[in-house]
Design a protein around this ligand. Sequence first.
Ligand SMILES: [Zn+2]
Length: 514
Amino acid sequence: MADLILFNANVITMDPLYPKAEGVLIKNGKILSATTIDALKKWDRMKATTIDCKGKTVLPGFIDAHLHLYALAESHVTLNLEPDHNVRSISDIQNKIREYSQTLPSEAWLRGRGYNEFSLAEKRHPNRWDLDQITSTHPIKLTHRTGHAHVLNSLALKKVGISSETPDPPDGLIDRDVNTGEPTGLLYRMGDFLAKRIPPLESDQLDQGMRIANEELLSMGITSVQDASSHNGIEQWKMFCHWKEKGLLKPRLTMMLGTEGFSVYRREDFEPKMDESQLDLGGVKIILDETTGLLRPSQSELNQMVLKIHHAGFQACLHAVEEKVVDAAYSAIEYALKKLPKSDHRHRIEHCSVCPPSLAERLAALGIMVVTQPPFIYYNGDRYLRTVPPEGLKHLYPIKTLLKRGVQVAASSDCPIIPADPLMGIYAAATRMTETGQMFLPEEKITLEEALRMYGETAAKATFDDAMKGSISPGKLADVVVLNGDPTKVPMNEIRDIKVEMTILNGEVVWEKS
Ligand SMILES: [Zn+2]
């Protein structure tokens, strides 16, 4: 007996055993079966809730394998300085801050985010002196669109203890005036440093941000997310538990741990009071970086870190963008596997943005997964074409190459850096079109089927959840999305216009188009 029946539907199950169906039977939050009209007739509809899909397309719920929920929640309750919010110059930023500061109590932290120096007339980051002109009573923190740089005003620098005497922290960089050595207010890769020194948003504000983020994710058909924030630890775990318990966060969540969080993990209580299909621990995130010319952490440090994670039975999730850094990530995993061979480790490289075929082959040989961001092709492709040197450009987000060599590739958005919309990601992966309609490495186009799988089964694999998620198959979790168009049938350029009509999670309608 089913408790929810979807009928009159164009069901794309993503299950190779029976790829198409006309209805879905759901019971106790699980899929009973995807089935035909004739078989549906046998079911007792009186005892079930029925939904007439009116011929619309039903797919497995989308999975985003790498995003940042706290930052997403925060982004909804902080000042938006993205270019499409009429921010075209530093004086636009100043005006927005002036206006916003009047809504805040004096001395409250003023937070802005999303500015993009390429879109500003001055083509540079704002600095402390630009911000000091607006207010001396509010400490200000602006977050760059990538989340990897921040700008503080003088008051804020003082509050977090940064002066001309402060040395650069191990992974960060304090930008300084070349003549005076004074910090300019611009800080690179110091998000974790700042998080420890700047009071968090009030919890009711954050709850409000999460409420909006939750609606946004569900409206995009996203039923599972993986949080990849490198500062994740017990505090973030508790916050996610709180959001889950309050019903503010519906999508299923797997939280990666940061390296610090990983070291306290054994000593602390990371047990949620709920079903682990709702909230679970994932791998351990390490950020690899070589912007200063030197790899950080060093190869030998990295090898030991990955070995420790591997030894503890966790997945290593290595943030690596440039080819040399991806190679270093590969070497660290190779080192761990030599010390302690394991076949199904599913260690992951996050981004793996530049990857020539020879490196892709080596990743495949070791069974290393890649978590890529297809929407970057659309949102950032024009900038890549303008600014990335030809050597790097030819292997940038090479999704086809990775798949062809046998790498398992999962899709994600890195939201809030760009919007999470999976249909945009699917469109970008299948067409390689940028925002202005330029082609970005058309030879790296993948099929629609492959693009859907990256947001389904392979994204589920990236957290060992493929037995429960990623297809509409008997026994799997009843997470499905109803779309107003069939992405496998509409012309390619219309995929991004397809809208989600309904999102079902755990057999319950959690979002519906109004
Ligand atoms: Zn990220």
